[in-house]
Design a protein around this ligand. Structure first.
Ligand code: AMP
Length: 439
């Protein structure tokens, strides 16, 4: 089996990887590191969770150390463009770790925060800049950063960039890059518009494909729960109660939905937070950190906000809503079972979502196992009394059996301690709502 020492890396980097606890390269690392070291352009079809950040960061660091070109003011030697702030921060954290035994300087820029400290850090030049497109363009337009001496350009998560409407920004950045450069292009999927974009950026690239969409679906245990929409909050609580000590990521379709679910869980006494693009950068980072540090066990997220979540220990992904775009299912459940760990994914599906559910099954290529022995299977719609959280949590089926007693939760975990609708010491990370932040 190929080891990092077989990949022609410097002693300093090998030691860093050892300290980080990486023994063997992942597939994408094994395939991508050698051609990148040889300064070839690369088209990587791989999603987050495959080890792709190290696959491009490690050889970039080696190449920059080797070429040893003197840094000039406001100049950048390698640019990594990525769609979200979370992802940008995460890549920057990785780059800092991998380059700690070198003299390379790296920094990260993204929107939603004041530009002053970013401008200051860029003023003396940086070897590796990690950026989201909007803020990078702002800084370029104002003359705070110049890309005329760029040696390496990385476009990360190209498919998500296009989904998020960044194509014009990307084209404007590319127009400013020197023609002679090394380019690396990563995308989880490769529809026609993405391969056209790749064709316009790369020269004679090596293509590396790491079992794309199918990787997570093979290793993640997946279950489907069919139920009436009004019973989803009850099932969610029921399931969370049986996974109290684990880290659960809940996906909703909309920002509003994410807040509503988080509020509902909060009332039921769960320590949770929500992240989506309407939340301030500070609130998102705080929530992510709390989730990563396991101070909160439940994080409710929308697809875009969750794209950059790199939390190794996510044990369960709950699709509270079936994603409208089947491909998102693969990205969502890819948040669990990271780096060889086990993971489990659940999907709640109400009758109105059936066609999207079928589209997901078609994409993954098999039937997702259906759970029928849950308390809300075939249950009638819940009639929720207004302004009474305790009653809101009741299952109409159980109500008949436990007449008069407001009992929550049920079914497979009915022996578990009942969590009161509201507990005093709960922690909730809810920042003030702000206008949608630019990247
Ligand atoms: P990425 O796809 O870059 O987001 O990486 C997914 C996760 O895998 C991250 O938490 C990395 O720290 C971890 N990882 C990357 N490369 C390796 C490796 N060779 N061995 C073990 N873990 C790794």
């Amino acid at each position: 089996m190929t080891q990092f020492k077989d990949l022609n890396l410097s002693q300093a980097l090998l030691e860093t990887l050892k300290e980080k606890g990486y023994d063997t390269p992942t597939d994408i690392q094994r395939e991508a590191i050698p051609p990148i070291l040889k300064k070839r352009d690369l088209l990587g079809i791989a999603q987050t969770g495959t080890g792709k950040t190290a696959a491009f960061s490690i050889p970039i660091i080696e190449n920059l150390v080797e070429s040893d070109i003197k840094l000039m003011s406001k100049r950048v030697r390698a640019l990594i463009l990525t769609p979200t702030r979370e992802l940008a921060n995460q890549i920057n954290d990785n780059v800092e770790v991998y380059s700690k035994k070198t003299k390379l300087k790296s920094t990260v820029v993204f929107g939603g925060v004041g530009p002053l400290s970013q401008v200051r850090r860029l003023s003396t030049g940086v070897d590796i800049l990690i950026a989201t497109p909007g803020r990078l363009l702002d800084l370029m337009t104002k003359g705070h950063v110049k890309l005329d001496q760029l040696e390496i350009f990385v476009l990360d998560e190209a498919d998500r960039m296009l989904d998020m409407g960044f194509i014009r920004d990307i084209e404007r950045v590319i127009a400013k890059l020197p023609k002679k450069r090394q380019s690396l292009f990563f995308s989880a999927t490769m529809p026609k518009d993405i391969s056209n974009l790749a064709g316009s950026i790369l020269k004679d690239p090596i293509t590396v494909e790491v079992t794309p969409a199918s990787t997570p679906v093979e290793v993640i245990e997946q279950r489907a729960y069919h139920l009436d929409r009004s019973n989803k909050p009850l099932l969610l609580i029921d399931i969370l109660k049986s996974h109290e000590s684990e880290s659960v990521l809940v996906f909703t379709k909309t920002k509003y939905g994410a807040d509503r679910v988080a509020k509902h869980l909060d009332r039921a006494g769960f320590q949770c937070a929500s992240i989506h693009s309407n939340r301030s950068q500070g609130a998102r980072e705080k929530a992510l950190k709390a989730f990563r540090d396991r101070e909160i066990k439940v994080l409710v997220a929308t697809d875009i906000a969750a794209r950059g979540i790199d939390v190794d220990s996510v044990s369960h992904v709950i699709n509270y809503d079936v994603p409208l775009d089947a491909e998102s299912y693969v990205h969502r459940i890819g948040r669990t079972a990271r780096a060889g760990r086990e993971g489990s994914a659940m999907m709640f599906c109400d009758p109105s979502e059936l066609k999207y559910f079928k589209a997901v099954e078609k994409l993954v290529g098999y039937k997702i196992q259906e759970v029928k022995d849950h308390p809300f299977f075939g249950a009638p719609p819940r009639v929720a009394p207004v302004n009474n959280p305790a009653k809101k949590l009741q299952n109409p089926n159980l109500k008949k059996k436990s007449k008069g007693k407001p009992k929550q939760g049920s079914g497979h975990n009915s022996k578990k301690k009942v969590v009161k609708p509201s507990t005093p010491n709960k922690k909730r990370f809810s920042g003030k709502k702000k206008a949608p932040a630019k990247s």
